[in-house]
Design a protein. Structure first.
Length: 483
């Protein structure tokens, strides 16, 4: 009895302090960064992948998935996976209207897939668990880009092997342009004032070798490391002019949530979320991102002087150092109107569909089921709009166990393939300005309920899942078929 009472107090305490994700509420994520590594490695910008296509309506790319070695620190070479290189992958830049062909070669000694996260396309091109590429074999998806300018990404999606393959290095960014993004006076010079930031975390031994799933809480909550890397680099710096920069943030981590802010405490502008530009910029001092989510932000460095340094932080943890070393205004702006968003109508919704996310560790489930590739969980109709009610429950025994092992912060998120969605409510309140753009991944705090509208544009079998990759691999995934 006494023990039970104590547990209750513990849970109460943790849930009071540990898991709120709103602005200005503090978080309790234990992060023990490698404070000993100085910020003296220049940020690496992934190469733009060469487009070998002929004519502006065709894009043709080559991607080879392979093994290589990376020195994270202490000059210890470690085996990693990458696309066309030893870790991560080049940035793929495409335009709305283009027909894209990607020649994927799997040169690993194991199966992989390449999933285009956030891309609307026919199911056979999706690169999910139904499109495995055997070792030594190739895969050639062809699809037409028909969606607004956005920051998307690509990563492996094999059944049960996603988490480890991403952790070993497989992830890359996709930049999608359209005529609207062309004409906005935003920073848009890739690698100059438009900077991709792929943010991931790892745990290392003291001699620089990555560790995976070494603690009980890794199993329960997913793998969270104590060292954050940006584009594969620990503690990088970036030389900056005192002008506006666009950063394309991708939370490519297996399981970690970030709450980004500037060390100066100044606000920045959020201009885009997962699937494209917002209607107008949202000025914020922080930004919470769960695994799989993207955002584009503009930081205005014009009030800083030469020699100033500041950091992008998550909680109290420094992620990247900005060194202001040139006084030059490049004349870009933060336009007050960014994009026209055609909102789906609740009145067009033909069905309410429930997705209930539950559990921790190996007991994760959606609607009390675990992934079975031979079972279709939901059937949808093409061109129809539906309301999805997605909720996360950590009530009951499994929630309690999760909290005891994990020290709070039990959350899930929800991602679906082949569709984009619009948030129409969170716990009964209307969406925040930040939540009003097209999304493909949403964070769910404990016992939250998010209502979304979505419409099915492509036929075939698609996945929905928690994007905490260990949860996904443990079966927190289902399949829907659009006919
Ligand atoms: Cu980014 Cu189904 O995944
Ligand atoms: Cu996806
Ligand atoms: Cu989950």
């Amino acid at each position: 009895m006494k023990a039970l009472k104590l547990t209750c107090i513990l849970i109460f305490f943790i849930s009071c302090t540990g898991h709120s994700l709103d602005n200005n509420r503090s978080y309790q994520i234990p992060v023990s960064p490698k404070e000993s590594i100085p910020f003296n490695t220049r940020l690496k910008i992934p190469d733009l992948l060469e487009n070998k296509g002929k004519g502006k309506n065709n894009a043709v790319f080559e991607l080879t998935v392979k093994k290589g070695t990376t020195e994270f620190f202490n000059k210890v070479p470690v085996i990693t996976y990458g696309y066309n290189g030893s870790i991560l992958g080049p940035t793929i830049r495409v335009r709305r209207g283009q027909t894209v062909t990607i020649n994927v070669k799997n040169r690993l000694n194991e199966y992989t897939t390449v999933h285009w996260h956030g891309m609307l396309l026919p199911a056979e091109m999706d690169g999910g668990p139904h499109q495995p590429i055997a070792p030594g074999k190739n895969w050639k998806p062809v699809f037409k880009v028909n969606q607004p300018a956005a920051t998307l990404w690509y990563h492996p999606h094999g059944l049960g092997t996603t988490a480890i393959q991403v952790y070993k290095g497989l992830a890359g960014m996709i930049i999608l342009d359209d005529t609207n993004s062309d004409k906005l006076n935003l920073p848009k010079k890739y690698g100059i004032d438009d900077i991709p930031l792929i943010i991931q975390d790892k745990r290392f031994t003291s001699d620089g070798v990555p560790l995976y799933l070494t603690y009980m809480r890794d199993i329960m909550e997913g793998m969270k490391g104590d060292t954050v890397l940006v584009n594969g680099i620990i503690n990088p710096y970036l030389d900056i002019k005192n002008t506006k920069y666009r950063f394309r943030l991708l939370n490519g981590s297996n399981a970690r949530i970030y709450n980004f802010r500037l060390s100066s405490g100044k606000p920045f502008y959020i201009i885009a979320t997962d699937c494209g530009l917002l209607e107008k910029p949202v000025k914020m001092k922080n930004l919470v991102m769960s695994p799989g989510e993207r955002a584009e932000i503009i930081i205005d460095f014009s009030s800083y002087s030469k020699g100033d340094t500041l950091y992008l932080k998550s909680y109290d943890f420094r992620i990247i150092q900005f060194r202001i070393n040139k006084m030059k205004n490049t004349g870009t702006s933060v336009p007050s109107a960014l994009a026209d968003i055609s909102f789906l109508k609740k009145s067009d919704s033909i069905k309410n569909r429930i997705f209930q996310l539950e559990g921790v560790g190996h007991h994760v489930s959606i609607n009390r089921k675990q992934m079975n590739i031979n079972r279709i969980d939901e059937y949808m109709k093409i061109n129809k709009t539906e309301t999805w009610i997605v909720s996360s429950s950590t009530r009951g025994m499994m929630g309690m166990m999760g909290r005891m092992h994990g020290g709070g912060n039990m959350f899930h998120n929800f991602h679906a393939h082949g569709v984009h969605f619009q948030i129409i409510g969170r716990n009964g309140r209307p969406p925040l300005p930040l939540e009003k753009g097209w999304k493909d991944t949403i964070l769910l705090e404990e016992n939250e309920e998010v209502k979304i509208l979505t419409k099915f544009l492509y036929k075939g079998i698609f996945m929905y899942h928690c994007h905490i990759l260990e949860h996904e691999d443990n079966g927190m995934m289902g399949q829907f078929r659009v006919d």
